[in-house]
Write a protein that binds this ligand. Structure first.
Ligand code: GTR
Length: 340
């Protein structure tokens, strides 16, 4: 259990109180169906805008649940960070004051340490390799391991790959990271990764990155193309280096007590809908990366493609050494699935 998980131990069990009957109301959530006759209402927090591929995945999930339950279960998606920044939302989901969220596995590491795996750099060759692991029993076991911290993991969504971007000095080789201050997500593993490359990591909320780049508080950040584009970070950090260092799985989670309170039938409906939303989200993801790359080029962003990842992997070796033992079982599996 991560630092926050320890701090919060006990808090979520006390919140076992019926989150079901506390069915959230509130306007502002987007829900394509009428929620009037719904017996169960849940809120789902999403940090990205309405048309972002993870938000589209959330909405697909909500639609599938509504259809399969004949409108009995209504999930309202609150996009654009309306319910708060990710770490706060995770705490609220742990306590049951928000029932669901789509969140990055990086900030989840503070609550459920296994999620730190996805902060390890250069462990997946590409998206297919990552999905072989996510779909494998070991990936599913990892998703289930959040239960100890009070979260029911419903499914993974595609996170793409994260790459570096900077305000001034473009990152052409790993050595260019040295001495530069990079915003990172709240995860010890990722902090250690930036340190391994000689950079200076600064954890902060996603919502603060634009202004911190603009003011020069940080020299750069790192993210996938859809985030870099939709959060308009490219305007203030126009050097993008596609080293694709991490694939930080996106996850759909539910408060464990809310889940436990569901009938078996409703558990099946919700789980099946989450699983069935994955191909849709992946399709939207791939299309978004392609169109965002075109828009970034059009906007004059200096894009550096990285053809040979070897020196990057070598530079990052200290972080792989540090966490190698903790994640040995998963890393062995990932290696095994490399050739599949
Ligand atoms: C995005 C991810 C968000 C958020 C953000 C960040 O790629 O989808 O959930 O974690 O990165 O860097 O904070």
């Amino acid at each position: 259990m991560g630092r926050r998980g320890l701090l919060k131990a006990g808090a979520f069990s006390a919140a076992a109180m019926s989150t079901l009957s506390l069915a959230a109301c509130g306007d502002g959530g987007s829900s394509s169906g009428g929620s009037g006759g719904a017996e169960l209402k849940f809120r789902l927090a999403e940090t990205h805008p309405e048309d972002y591929p993870t938000t589209l995945g959330d909405k697909k999930f909500a639609d599938l649940v509504r259809e399969a339950s004949d409108g009995r279960i209504d999930i309202q998606v609150f996009a654009g960070g309306q319910l708060g920044e990710e770490s706060d939302v995770i705490e609220q989901v742990q306590m049951g004051s928000i029932e669901m969220t789509r969140v990055s596995s990086a900030p989840m590491t503070e609550f459920s340490s296994g999620m730190g795996l996805f902060g390890l750099p250069y462990i997946f060759d590409d998206a297919d390799h990552m999905w072989r692991f996510l779909d494998d029993d070991s990936g599913q076991q990892l998703l289930g391991s959040m239960e100890d911290a009070g979260f029911k993991g419903l499914c993974y969504f595609d996170p793409g790959a994260r790459s570096f971007y900077t305000r001034e000095k473009a990152i052409l080789t790993p050595a260019d990271v040295k001495g530069q201050k990079f915003r990172v997500q709240e995860s010890e593993v990722i902090i250690d990764f930036i340190k391994a490359l000689g950079g200076s990591p600064t954890p902060m909320d996603y919502g603060e990155v634009y202004s911190s780049l603009q003011s020069g508080l940080i020299d750069g950040a790192e993210n996938n193309e859809p985030s870099y584009y939709s959060a308009t970070h490219y305007e203030v950090a126009p050097n993008f280096t596609r080293d694709e260092h991490m694939r930080v799985a996106e996850i759909l989670v539910m408060n464990q007590d809310s889940w436990n309170g569901l009938s078996d039938e409703d558990k099946d409906i919700i789980q099946q809908a989450a699983t069935d939303a994955i191909p849709f989200q992946r399709e939207k993801w791939d299309a978004q990366v392609e169109s965002d790359m075109a828009k970034l080029k059009e906007a004059g962003v200096k894009i550096t493609e990285v053809d040979d990842i070897t020196p990057w992997r070598e530079a990052a070796q200290p972080v792989l050494d540090k966490y190698g033992e903790e994640f040995a079982e998963y890393l062995d599996k990932i290696d095994e699935l490399r050739q599949a």
